[in-house]
Design a protein around this ligand. Structure first.
Ligand SMILES: NC(=O)C1=CN([C@@H]2O[C@H](COP(=O)(O)OP(=O)(O)OC[C@H]3O[C@@H](n4cnc5c(N)ncnc54)[C@H](O)[C@@H]3O)[C@@H](O)[C@H]2O)C=CC1
Ligand SMILES: O=C([O-])CC(=O)C(=O)O
Length: 355
């Protein structure tokens, strides 16, 4: 218990507690593509605070060198370098990277669905995936750009086309759904959000987001249940509305992305089991959207469920587990939507692979 708590504090406790050190043998280069954006900047900041990261490579079509110069003054040991198309470029940014986070892409405005971003973001993700497949084919690729339900299959098809696809290394980041589901239940039940860890399965948009409250021992009824589910499924819309045209969730997403990267780093560095949830917690078993056998017989080839992470990326995909009849109903709707989101991504990329 004590050891787990110590480990779970590593990201946010790193600056104050100088006792934790990432050793040279754990040298880890992390690349952020889209690093000058609303998510990219705070995500890069949080990664700079993580002692498990030794080299931070920041790429954007504009502004990454400035972000890198700023972040590089923070007094943690990792080196930071910014890259843009006209300079050293994406190839150098990606070479040697073990983790590549992709928040590059356009965010929603009020009235849009995530799928409305498809036309713009599909080609951005395709091109960045091509660069990663060429420069760091063995890296863990963490797709944040929406619509995640489709951009992950697009990335997979790019890697397949180059003969370097490893399903254990591709992740759609759905951690923000877990963070929201945990925070929102703590508000209803007046519990400590740091000790809530609600499993969320499915995908990352609207009805494909399925929180499994029953697995945490909670039962909500009637309007309270419906409002909770709606808030988790449409939490992104809440932020889009509040920002009034200035984008979508960036700060909470940066925390969620940094948490998932931290989980992968812990797993790569040999920790196992579930780490006790605390503020900023990350374990090596996390829900994430991966190439999954769970619903392949229904044509749903990617699915988020609890995934055990290890040195090789995906170690074990856990089944969804027990759920209530109501949750089963949500899952049935989710699977239908997910199938069409996946097929859309695969169809588009096959027709638009480019050179
Ligand atoms: N998975 C999730 O839970 C979440 C995903 N998102 C998604 O993340 C994406 C980014 O959101 P924000 O950071 O708010 O947007 P933003 O517009 O603030 O930043 C995007 C950045 O990507 C850069 N970019 C665009 N094309 C690029 C390319 N080809 N190569 C490199 N960089 C490129 C832009 O220059 C910009 O700096 C959106 O698609 C959004 O929907 C947002 C929140 C949560
Ligand atoms: O809602 C959006 O467009 C951004 C997002 O994915 C989220 O906040 O979950």
């Amino acid at each position: 218990m004590f050891a787990a708590r110590q480990a779970s504090q590593s990201v946010f406790g790193a600056v104050q507690r100088r006792t934790f050190s990432a050793t040279a043998s754990n040298a880890t280069k992390v690349a952020v593509l889209g690093a000058a954006g609303g998510i990219g900047q705070p995500l890069s900041l949080l990664l700079k605070l993580n002692p498990r990261v030794t080299e931070l490579a920041l790429y954007d079509i504009k502004g990454a060198p400035g972000v890198a110069a700023d972040i590089s003054h923070i007094n943690t040991k990792s080196t930071v370098k910014g890259y843009e198309p006209s300079g050293a470029g994406i190839k150098e940014c990606l070479t040697g990277a073990e983790i590549v986070l992709i928040p590059a892409g356009v965010p929603r405005k009020p009235g849009m669905t995530r799928d409305d971003l498809f036309n713009t973001n599909a080609s951005i993700v395709r091109d960045l995936a091509k660069a990663a497949a060429d420069a760091c084919p063995e890296a863990n690729i963490l797709v944040i750009a929406n619509p995640v339900n489709s951009t992950v299959p697009i990335t997979a098809e790019v890697f397949k086309s180059k003969g370097v696809y490893n399903p254990k290394r591709l992740f759609g980041v759905t951690t923000l759904d877990v963070v929201r589901a945990s925070r929102f239940i703590s508000q209803l039940k007046s519990t400590d959000p740091a000790t809530e860890n609600i499993t969320v399965v499915g995908g990352h948009s609207g009805a494909t987001i399925v929180p499994l409250l029953s697995q945490a021992g909670y039962t909500l009824e009637g309007a309270e249940r419906d409002e909770y589910i709606k808030r988790v499924q449409f939490g992104g819309d809440e932020v889009v509305q509040a920002k009034g045209g200035a984008g979508s969730a960036t700060l909470s997403m940066a925390m969620a992305g940094a948490r998932f990267a931290e989980s992968l780093l812990k797993a790569a560095q040999g920790q196992s089991g579930v780490v006790e949830p605390t503020y900023g917690q990350s374990g090596v078993v996390e829900p994430t959207y991966v190439d999954s056998p769970l619903y392949k017989d229904q044509g749903v080839t990617y699915f988020a469920s609890q995934v055990e992470l290890g040195p090789n990326g995906v170690e074990k995909i856990h089944p969804v587990g027990d759920m209530s009849e109501f949750e089963q109903g949500l899952l049935d709707v989710c699977l239908k939507d997910l199938k069409s989101n996946i097929e859309k991504g695969e169809k588009w990329v096959k027709e638009n692979m480019g050179n």
